[in-house]
Design a protein around this ligand. Structure first.
Ligand code: GAR
Length: 191
């Protein structure tokens, strides 16, 4: 059974969906650790509630990058917990070369749009403001580009004329919570 470690910066609802899927034995995996670049992020509190190893990794002063010392700390933690797959769940920093080289085709991300449409930040808002009738979420492998890696699974979400940005984001999140475990089931070896 593969060991996954999860990196996130925020609320951690996708991490929660993965924890729930593992605990209910609908996703054949174990969790190594949960890492956040944000000290008080709810994702770390969720980890603690489930008695999972949780670490804050200080990335200051860089706003977007995982600077070298922080990357080295992340690599140490991942190795310490025998990580097979690195799962990005709302991790708002760019993954650098060392991490990519250490986990080739084993770093996975979820993005709140139907890639290649609306890459980058605030993808839900981008889709809402573009007035498209359909958006969704994408689970994909991470490569050196921004949201460009090979797609594993996509789940569409309809944008209704009555949707606000808030209701749309709720629908995207609900789709993500289904899509992430489903995508990992697709790629993990079946025992
Ligand atoms: C999710 O919607 C995820 O797709 C997005 O951040 C949110 C995290 O929510 N990720 C990105 O935009 C990455 N570019 P969560 O912390 O509740 O899982």
């Amino acid at each position: 059974m593969p060991t996954i470690s999860i990196l996130g910066s925020g609320n951690g609802t996708n991490a929660q969906a993965l924890i729930d899927a593992i605990e209910s034995e609908t996703l054949p995996a174990t969790i190594g650790c949960i890492i956040s670049d944000v000290k008080d992020a709810p994702i770390l509190q969720r980890a603690q509630r489930h008695h999972l190893p949780a670490y804050h990794v200080d990335c200051a002063p860089s706003p977007h990058a995982l600077r070298d010392t922080a990357e080295a700390t992340v690599l140490d933690r991942l190795a310490q917990h025998q990580t097979d797959y690195v799962i990005l769940a709302g991790f708002m920093r760019i993954i650098k070369a060392n991490l990519l080289a250490t986990y080739p085709h084993r770093i996975i991300n979820i993005h709140p749009s139907l890639l290649p449409a609306f890459p980058g930040l605030d993808a839900g808002r981008q889709a809402f403001e573009a007035r498209v009738s359909q958006t969704g979420c994408t689970v994909h492998y991470v490569d050196a580009g921004i949201d460009t890696g090979k797609i594993i699974l996509q789940q569409p979400v309809t944008i209704d004329p009555t949707d606000t940005l808030e209701t749309l984001m709720q629908k995207i999140h609900a789709a993500e919570h289904q899509a992430y475990p489903a995508a990992l089931r697709k790629i993990f070896p079946q025992s």
